[in-house]
Design a binder for this molecule. Structure first.
Ligand SMILES: Cc1cc2nc3c(=O)[nH]c(=O)nc-3n(C[C@H](O)[C@H](O)[C@H](O)COP(=O)(O)OP(=O)(O)OC[C@H]3O[C@@H](n4cnc5c(N)ncnc54)[C@H](O)[C@@H]3O)c2cc1C
Length: 459
């Protein structure tokens, strides 16, 4: 080939020729950094470019261009996802919303906040806190995930046991459809029942129906700083029994989190907090005026299940304990390769799920760290393995499948909060009844007939 050979412009170059140059990133080293999220063992292709729009109009122009040329688009918030939802498709583009990161309004009278999708959830929570308000959903990743990603995954978190999940707080959205059309959904009024609930449809749609470009969320008055109780158990199933008892008592705890021995040890290695050597620990919080009385009841229930119980002395110690819980995944990461599950079962079945996981760990010969939002029945069994050893990798897959099957058998779901993504795309049809699955496919086709959005995610 001679030096002056003229290459025909690629399909991508032609399709995106009219986009502002500043929003098109094609440097392969930079693009590579956007091609996968925080999940493990999920497929990720190689994108030809990252598109990083700054406005809704630019998002619309990007999607119009990709739609016209049938270029696959993977939408990305902050890339903290744990199901491969924003992973790239070969030959496609990654549409990253990180530059759309402005909080547009906080209205203390209506108790609403309006934000662009790339706003980091922790920043939004901090900004509304300055006005005496709380945006409750608080994923463990709150310091790194985006509000747009939270909407797309219907993210949960620690406070959800009391306050609910993202869906319970999203009032209105602006979205750009696959063909570039811009649509507004929902209302900013306290009530509003006009038409189908398309806002609800988009929450948890994992980027398969459109791109969220603005989010209006409901806020609540900031509660008192939470009080925290730590209950240490000699075995995991006793901790599960306490969880079921707390749920049955209907106590309005603002967090009921569990860490097993493996997780506790891993966290302590990092945080050096002297968390002890228990088989399992429950961290329980209450943030209402009667928090003390609520925790007294929780204490009695945990003691009845055989726990040793201690209370955090002050707000700092409380915060430190919950920070230890947020360290669970980064700490387990130090033990080896990991594969994290996100199953959710009825709260009364937490104890059955835990003992099943213990059995699976023995059966496959791998360590499985268990932590998660026990009060919601939502656990994150984390399988530790060695990916360079084919036997260990196969055992990890086996354990993952067995845990996910067990959750379904216990009347639960394959994913409580991380989403189906690519990780569990093959599992969704096993959970949904066939008619429901058909309707979901039809909806996707309606919004995105060419299926350019997040190909390979969910159904
Ligand atoms: C340490 C750690 C702890 C975590 N703890 C929790 C937890 O407690 N609870 C929980 O729910 N999750 C948790 N997660 C998972 C993750 O943070 C959430 O799923 C989060 O909502 C993803 O947000 P993101 O901005 O990083 O989205 P991404 O990872 O970028 O994307 C996630 C999905 O949303 C889609 N998406 C992103 N932005 C948009 C948009 N603007 N429009 C349309 N679709 C979009 C993507 O296509 C993808 O399908 C945790 C992750 C880590 C690493």
């Amino acid at each position: 080939m001679t030096a002056n050979t003229v290459h025909p412009p690629s399909e991508f170059t032609c399709a995106t020729a009219d986009l502002p140059g500043e929003i098109v990133i094609t440097d392969p080293d930079i693009v590579a950094g956007y091609c996968r999220d925080e999940s493990r063992l999920t497929e990720a292709g190689t994108a030809v470019a990252v598109l990083a729009p700054r406005t809704t109009e630019e998002v619309s122009a990007c999607l119009r261009a990709c739609h016209a040329a049938s270029i696959p688009v993977s939408t990305r918030g902050a890339g903290s996802g744990l199901s491969g939802g924003s992973n790239a498709t070969d030959g496609g583009v990654v549409l990253s919303l990180h530059r759309m990161n402005t909080i547009l309004d906080i209205d203390p009278v209506e108790r609403l906040a309006v934000a662009q999708p790339g706003v980091i959830t922790g920043d939004l929570r901090a900004a509304v806190a300055e006005q005496g308000l709380l945006y409750p959903p608080d994923p463990g990743s709150v310091a790194m995930c985006s509000i747009g990603g939270n909407v797309a995954t219907n993210a949960g978190g620690m406070c959800c046991v009391k306050y609910g999940v993202t869906a319970d707080f999203v009032e209105a959205l602006e979205v750009v459809l696959a063909d570039g059309r811009v649509m507004r959904t929902g209302t900013s009024t306290v009530k509003g029942v006009a038409g189908y609930d398309i806002t609800g449809l988009f929450v948890g749609s994992e980027g398969t129906l459109g791109v969220v470009t603005e989010v209006t969320v409901r806020l609540v008055p900031a509660p008192a700083p939470a009080l925290t109780l730590a209950a240490s158990f000699a075995d995991l199933t006793s901790a599960g029994t306490a969880v079921a008892a707390i749920a049955a008592a209907g106590l309005p705890c603002s967090a009921v989190e569990i860490l097993d021995h493996t997780t506790l040890r891993a966290v302590d290695e990092v945080a050096k907090m002297g968390l002890g050597d228990a088989a399992a620990m429950l961290l329980v919080q209450a943030d209402s005026e009667d928090a003390d009385a609520i925790l007294a009841k929780v204490e009695a229930l945990c003691a009845a299940a055989g726990a040793e119980v201690g209370r955090a002395d002050d707000v700092e110690e409380s915060t430190m304990l919950m920070e230890a819980r947020r360290l669970a995944l980064p700490a387990l990461e130090r033990l080896g390769d990991w594969l994290l599950d996100d199953v959710c079962v009825p709260r009364a079945k937490v104890v059955d799920l835990i003992s099943t996981i213990e059995g699976i760990a023995v059966e496959v010969g791998l360590t499985i760290g268990v932590f998660g939002h026990a009060g919601d029945g939502n656990l994150h069994p984390t399988i530790i393995f060695d990916r360079s050893d084919a036997g260990s990798l196969a055992a990890a897959h086996t354990a993952f499948d067995k845990i996910t099957s067990a959750a379904l058998e216990l009347g639960g779901t394959i994913t409580g909060e991380h989403g189906v993504g690519r990780l569990k795309a093959g599992w969704l049809a096993r959970e949904l009844d066939p008619v429901n699955a058909d309707m979901q496919r039809a909806l996707r086709k309606l919004f995105d007939p060419q299926e350019i959005l997040n190909r390979g995610v969910a159904l």
